[in-house]
Design a protein around this ligand. Structure first.
Ligand SMILES: C[S@@+](CC[C@H](N)C(=O)[O-])C[C@H]1O[C@@H](n2cnc3c(N)ncnc32)[C@H](O)[C@@H]1O
Length: 276
């Protein structure tokens, strides 16, 4: 059965990314598809749908369409309490087990501000407390966002969103009109493509940040993603979701530690209290 092209793309994007376009935001998808056609010099969305269906679309065009469907909103130290609570969690939980390395995953890193904020947090912590080597994996499905991550370059406006003057002076240097993260900070972070709904990351982590991405998915998809992420936590590791996100209704049997008001979803299930 022939779907209208907007519904066709909404279905394709959901299958490929988990991102759901519903009645309330389908107009946004329509606008984005029209803009995409204009940039790619394709006459209209019908024509674009035909190119997908007869497989004459190029691989890089397909990736640009996925990029177009994503919302990359992010900022430095988004919801600042996360970063103080990460510091507390590392000191009180992770260091207790004397790890050879601390591994953190920013699992929907967008343009890199989250991973860089974690890197600055750990660098600042290392000046107060001896730390083992640490590394941050930053992954995203959006190729364009990943390219920006890798460049380490941010506009004045972007640095003004969440970065203190002190941190900007210390960790960034001016390159023309832009600010570049210093090489020490960038060397802590590995950036790579990963699609959370069919993840190809096979490592384990002490902290996984998966913030402000599950909100775009249906509940069943969130369950699948969260189950996979839990498999990738170290025994004493924790998953962090975004400020407005919760595991309630997704994975209820879970041990949650609250640190500075932030939920740390622990890998280990709660032990049941003995009834006398
Ligand atoms: C709103 S941003 C959040 C960025 C950052 N975590 C934060 O909270 O500031 C959401 C990011 O999730 C990414 N994303 C969406 N679906 C994804 C998927 N299936 N796999 C990996 N990343 C995905 C988007 O490309 C986008 O960069």
């Amino acid at each position: 059965m022939w779907l209208n092209p907007i519904d066709y793309f909404a279905g394709l994007i959901e299958r490929e990314t988990g991102i759901v376009y519903v009645e309330s935001n389908i107009f946004q998808l329509k606008m984005r598809l029209e803009e995409f056609c204009r940039i790619e010099k394709i006459s209209n969305v019908d024509e674009l749908a035909k190119m997908f269906q007869d497989q004459s679309i190029q691989l890089d065009q397909r990736q640009r369409l996925i990029d177009m469907a994503t919302n990359n909103e992010t900022l430095f130290f988004r919801d600042p309490k996360y970063f103080t609570s990460i510091e507390t969690f590392i000191k009180s939980e992770i260091l207790k087990t004397d790890p050879r390395e601390i591994k953190i995953w920013s699992a929907a890193s967008s343009t890199g501000q989250e991973a860089l904020s974690v890197a600055m947090t750990l660098d600042l912590l290392s000046k107060k407390t001896p730390l083992p080597p640490y590394s941050i994996l930053a992954t995203d499905i959006c190729d364009k966002a990943l390219k920006k991550c890798k460049s380490g370059l941010y506009t004045e406006f972007e640095t003004k969103r969440g970065l203190s003057d002190e941190n900007r002076e210390f960790y960034f240097k001016k390159e023309g009109d832009l600010w570049k993260a210093n090489s020490d900070l960038l060397s802590r972070i590995k950036y790579t493509y990963n699609n959370l709904i069919r993840s190809s990351v096979y490592d384990t982590f002490h902290i996984i940040l998966c913030r402000n991405v599950l909100i775009y998915q249906k509940v069943d998809m969130r369950k699948t993603v969260v189950d996979t992420l839990f498999l990738q936590l170290e025994e004493n590791g924790a998953l962090l979701l975004g400020a407005g996100e919760t595991l309630v209704g997704i994975r209820d049997e879970i041990k949650t530690d609250m640190i500075d008001g932030i939920s740390f979803y622990k890998k280990n299930k709660p032990s049941f209290r003995k009834i006398a």
